[in-house]
Write a protein of this length. Structure first.
Length: 259
């Protein structure tokens, strides 16, 4: 299958209960099942629920969307109480793993080395890292790019040195925009994401991403990483329609090529 035109990811964080997650997943699966560009692979969707819901979510989205984990251990097995093995995640059928989110860095004191070890563990087990990058304070595009490239280099260098590599999705999430009423401006997002695209990975934007943003960005990004604004299936349906417009008219939407 060719590379998707638009990628839409959703992290449910710890917002939903068990049954609420299943109800939401079934509603989203119904939308995807009827969507021709999802079926063709032009739109790629991944969903990242809480750990206890993984098995049920995998079953609901089978053949429709990729399911992944919000975190993973850097070791495959052993005396790591409370951690979740990347090998087990892959065995279950997960295909992506979120790594380095700002909340993990801030509240759980995750270091660059731990994030690098988790990136290596994901690749070692055939998982695609959804590597979260972003600056803490709003500044210039050049400053944001420098921070993100530093985080990217730190995350993947040890794995590459060990001969590990694989697909990588970069989730650009400026930390100052996470949880805000509005995302970063379209020009700012596009400027940073265009630079990050040079790293050879899909680059999606998160940080208060919501309906209307993808229509403004077009294919200046590879997609969106959605949080609370996708909790309402109707809002997700609106974003999916925006993605469909981008996928249906890629030449018109790829304004970044002439930027």
């Amino acid at each position: 299958m060719s590379r998707p035109v638009v990628t839409l990811g959703v992290s449910l964080k710890m917002y939903f209960g068990y049954q609420q997650t299943l109800d939401w997943s079934r509603a989203i699966a119904a939308l995807l099942r009827e969507h021709p560009q999802v079926r063709s692979g032009a739109i790629d969707v991944f969903v990242i629920p809480s750990f206890p819901m993984l098995a049920a979510t995998l079953e609901i989205f089978q053949g429709l969307a990729t399911v992944g984990a919000q975190n993973l251990a850097w070791e495959d097995q052993g005396a790591w109480t409370g951690e979740v093995s990347p090998h087990v995640l892959a065995e279950m059928g997960c295909q992506v793993a979120e790594i380095g989110h700002a909340e993990r860095r801030r509240y759980f004191a995750e270091t660059d080395r731990q994030i690098a070890d988790k990136t290596a563990a994901a690749w070692r087990n055939g998982l695609t890292p959804v590597l979260c990058l972003g600056e803490t304070r709003e500044g210039s595009i050049a400053e944001a790019v420098a921070v993100c490239k530093g985080q990217l280099d730190a995350a993947r260098a040890p794995a590459l040195a060990a001969g590990l590599s694989g697909e990588l999705i970069l989730a650009y999430e400026p930390q100052w925009a996470i949880g805000a009423a509005e995302p970063a401006s379209p020009d700012y997002i596009a400027g940073v994401c265009q630079q990050l695209r040079r790293e050879g990975a899909r680059v999606i934007y998160g940080g208060s991403a919501k309906p209307g943003l993808l229509s403004q960005l077009g294919l200046q990004v590879d997609g969106l990483f959605l949080g609370r604004f996708a909790h309402d299936p109707h809002a997700f349906a609106a974003i999916l329609q925006e993605a469909a417009q981008c996928a249906a008219h890629p030449r018109e939407m790829q304004t970044w090529q002439s930027a």
